[in-house]
Ligand binder design. Structure first.
Ligand code: HEC
Ligand code: HEC
Length: 267
């Protein structure tokens, strides 16, 4: 009798753990919508559709991203924050949506993730500190990294980045030689040619409030600007959030160490 009761309870517990809840999946999927589309039809060609995909396949992929056996900087960061129930619910939700032909893209991007509050820092040349430069030979780019006074002061004090901090990057195409290879300068840096873009991250009070937790980088917002200093259209801020997200130890900044070194030198 007792034995039977226990096995009934165990069975109930087991089936409860397995029963996926597509409605809970739908609520969780708001954050996925920034890239895969709220309807599971993705926003761009390099992001797969999830709508109508088999639940088992989706589950296996999410587990592989979470465990790290499938590698993608964006999805590894996101899947790390999902538990088994989230994965089952999300797989149930997306597998239940109607699929689409290969050419279709969705324009339904959640506005709160897509919209950036960062504006071009007009006086950066005179008020920011250039703290490092990095060669990107494969991309045929060389980039110069700037930080504003607030970021520099926090780096000097060894403190986390506070509200008001701004990081700003000039992305240059490199000069190319006759074989279209980037030209190296005497200083060990690729020789800059035309400016290709600017990238930026800025932290202000409340800027993270509307961003879903799985993507949120504290109060940082991100932006890309064209060489004529306009916001570049069609930039998916969710990608910036996802890739910088794991860097909680360095206030979501990759090159914090370089800024700290520079700040101490300037001291
Ligand atoms: C910042 C953009 C972004 C967000 C947000 C995002 N993904 Fe992805 N996802 C990608 C990209 C890019 C790939 C392709 C990865 C690759 O090439 O391996 C991908 C791949 C996947 C795959 C594998 C699909 C396949 O066909 O193999 C699954 C499953 C998936 N994502 C689920 C999710 C879920 C669930 C969420 C929300 C919790 C989510 N993703 C949020 C960008 C994103
Ligand atoms: C695939 C991962 C990845 C994505 C996506 C990404 N970043 Fe970064 N970001 C990096 C890495 C790595 C660095 C360090 C230096 C470098 O590679 O430029 C960096 C550096 C930066 C910096 C200089 C401050 C710092 O953290 O070191 C800024 C500003 C920045 N990124 C803005 C952006 C913006 C804006 C976007 C979205 C359009 C974006 N990033 C998307 C990986 C990423």
């Amino acid at each position: 009798m007792r034995c039977a009761l226990i096995s009934v309870l165990l069975l109930a517990a087991a089936s409860q753990a397995q029963a996926a809840d597509p409605e809970a999946g739908k609520r969780k999927a708001e954050v996925c919508g920034a890239c895969h589309g709220l309807n599971g039809i993705s926003v761009s060609a390099e992001i797969p559709n999830l709508a109508g995909q088999k639940a088992k396949y989706l589950t296996l992929q999410l587990e592989a991203f979470k465990g790290g056996s499938r590698k993608n900087a964006l999805m590894n960061a996101i899947a790390a924050q999902l538990d088994d129930a989230d994965i089952a619910n999300l797989a149930a939700f997306f597998s239940g949506l109607p699929g689409a032909g290969g050419g279709t893209a969705t324009s339904e991007m959640p506005a709160k993730v897509a919209t950036t509050r960062v504006r071009f820092p007009d006086s950066y040349k005179t008020t920011f500190t250039a703290y490092t430069k990095i060669n990107f030979p494969k991309k045929k780019q060389v980039r110069t990294y700037y930080a504003n006074e607030i970021a520099l002061a926090a780096a000097r004090a060894g403190k986390p980045m506070p509200h008001g901090a701004v990081f700003f990057v000039e992305v240059y195409k490199t000069k190319l030689d006759a074989e279209k290879k980037p030209v190296m300068g005497d200083d060990g840096f690729l020789v800059a040619d035309k400016l290709a873009a600017y990238t930026a991250m800025e932290m202000q009070p409340g800027w993270g409030r509307d961003i879903p937790e799985i993507l949120r980088n504290g109060d940082w917002n991100y932006a890309v600007f064209t060489p004529d200093r306009a916001l570049k259209p069609g930039v998916n801020q969710a990608k910036c959030f996802a890739c910088h997200k794991p860097l909680t130890d360095t206030s979501y900044v990759f090159s914090l160490k370089q800024l700290q070194d520079k700040a101490r030198m300037k001291n």
